[in-house]
Ligand binder design. Structure first.
Ligand SMILES: [Zn+2]
Length: 82
């Protein structure tokens, strides 16, 4: 059972763990940068573990130059969750 991870979960799915992602293919896109990528969930689980939050994973794999830009933040998101 999970402990202490249930708080603040919204519809965006950003706080969901990777293992909760629907489907085998994790797809992310960023309209602002025109980036688009597909990753096998298995590969990501092997690399980062099934409990990594999607929000953290996004930051890790998107590698968007805008990721930490507070003026014009990155628009990267998981396609399957929106
Ligand atoms: Zn971006």
């Amino acid at each position: 059972m999970d402990r202490g991870t249930g708080a603040g979960q919204g519809m965006s799915g950003g706080s969901l763990p990777l293992r909760a992602y629907p489907g085998d293919l994790v797809e992310l896109a960023c309209e602002k940068c025109g980036r688009r990528g597909q990753y096998r969930k298995r590969t990501l689980v092997e690399r980062s573990g099934p409990e990594i939050r999607l929000l953290d994973l996004l930051e890790e794999i998107a590698q968007c130059p805008r990721a930490r830009n507070t003026y014009d933040a990155c628009g990267a998101h998981f396609v399957g969750l929106v």
